[in-house]
Structures are given as C-alpha cells and as structure tokens.
Write a protein that binds this ligand. Structure first.
Ligand code: MG
Length: 258
C-alpha cells in the first residue's frame, strides 16, 4: 500500500510538475540591510550585511550630482541638508550617513558589490528634477555598469516611466521593473519592461496582477514588506521577489516555506 502511494506521488511529480508548486520567492534587502549594528541605509556596511544575511539581492538608490556624477543615497538631500542635484560630487561624498560612513559614489558601491557575487544589485534610479537629467542618469548608470562588466549582476527599477523606458532602450537585455504602481501588467509588457515592482498595497488591491504578470512573462517584486503576515501573504501569492527592511525574518519564513 505504501509503495503504491509512493508510486502515485512520484508519478504525480513527473506528469504534473506544476503540482509541486515550488517556492521561488527571493529576498531583496531594501537599501541594503541596515537594521543591524553599525549599519545605515545605502551604506557599504548595509551591502555587506545583506550578503552576510544570505539575501538574493540588495537594493540601492542613485542620484545625479550637480556636476553630473552618480552617488548612492535615498533622500534627495544629504543628512546635513544639501540638495544632491544642486551640489557637486566632491561635497556630496564628504557628507556622512547615519553610521558615520560618507555617501558612497556609485562606482565605489558597485566595486564593493562586485566582490559579493552572486548577490544581485537592484539599482533604483531616483527621479531627477528635469527630463534631461532623467535621461542623463539612465545613460550614465548603464554606461558605468557596462564599463565595470556588471550587466549580469544588476537589475534596474524606477518610478519614472521616462527613466524606465530610457533604461530599456539603452540596455535592451537588462531586467527593468517599474515602481509607480499605476500601470497594468499588460501596459508594462507593451512598454518593454521585464517586471513590475509595486507597493504591497497596490498588489493587494489588484490581487490578480501577480498572476497576470506571470502569464505575460513578467517578474513581480513587492515593496516594502516588513510584517510577518504580509511577508507570508506575498510568499503564498508567489511574488518572485520581496523587498524588505527585515531580510532575516523573510529568510526564516522562506526556509519554513520549503
Ligand atoms: Mg529605493
């Protein structure tokens, strides 16, 4: 009887592989892993900690300085109040993060990330103040990634559709996902995006979008999911990636899901 049951189960796996419903959700540390000793959002420490925790990917935010250089920071201003778009690179990169590190240049950050393969770097290009600067940031980030031969280790995300479509045009083989939440999966597919990366509230409201995106061959990332019940919701709903400030909690839940 037991043998028959086992044979039946094994046949089921062979005939209907989909029935296994393998869990494939991956953890992305939001602005690196910064909720730990000595870390800070978008710091080099947060990148290392994301790797140490075992994250699949680590997200970071990119701005263009007044003199057209790339730096890593979330807010449009530094902690000491400088507007990054209106301040030169040398001054911006002297500004401190909360853990005492200085704001890293994108080049420094990518160099550090390159040592942490196979962890993926999820590059968010922040929306700049003019269309020209939006095109410029897309062009400069793609050029830097190419020059550093890191095309296989990065994915791109943006709130601005102008930035997103520039990235698609400049790096046609790259993975580019849209953040704003105001376009359907079909619209994103039409525009050439490879995925959507939406706020958890948007994906709960449109609870058919994960399935629709997958049917169109798009990936689904969701931000910023921090509570255990929300993390579990998106694991159960088969999000490809979850972006979180609580990567260790997510990784524990993913272990349990296996
Ligand atoms: Mg971000």
């Amino acid at each position: 009887m037991k043998l028959k049951l086992l044979t039946f189960v094994l046949m089921g796996l062979v005939v209907v592989p989909g029935i296994r419903a393998e869990q494939t959700t991956k953890a992305v540390a939001h602005r690196g892993y910064w909720k730990c000793e000595g870390s800070a959002e978008n710091s080099l420490t947060s990148l290392q900690r994301a790797y140490d925790a075992g994250c699949w990917g680590s997200e970071l935010d990119i701005w263009l300085t007044a003199d057209g250089k790339l730096v890593v920071n979330h807010d449009p201003k530094t902690l000491d109040g400088l507007v990054i778009e209106k301040t030169d690179f040398e001054t911006v990169t002297k500004s401190k993060l909360k853990n005492g590190e200085t704001i890293p240049s994108l080049e420094t950050y990518l160099k550090a990330g390159k040592e942490l393969k196979p962890m993926i770097l999820v590059l968010e290009l922040k929306t700049q103040s003019t269309p020209e600067r939006n095109r410029e940031i897309a062009q400069k980030v793609v050029a830097m990634v190419k020059a550093m031969e890191m095309e296989e280790q990065v994915e791109y995300i943006a709130f601005s559709n102008l930035v997103g479509t520039e990235l698609i045009r400049l790096a046609p083989n790259a993975k580019v996902a849209y953040l704003e939440g105001d376009k359907t999966p079909a619209q994103l597919k039409e525009l050439g995006y490879t995925g959507l990366d939406y706020h958890l509230g948007v994906l709960k409201e449109h609870d058919n979008w994960i399935r629709e995106a997958h049917e169109l061959g798009l990936t689904v990332n969701v931000w910023t999911v921090n509570k255990a019940d929300d993390l579990q919701y998106f694991i159960d709903h088969k999000a490809d990636f979850i972006t979180t400030n609580e990567p260790e909690l997510l990784l524990d839940l993913l272990k349990d899901a296996k």
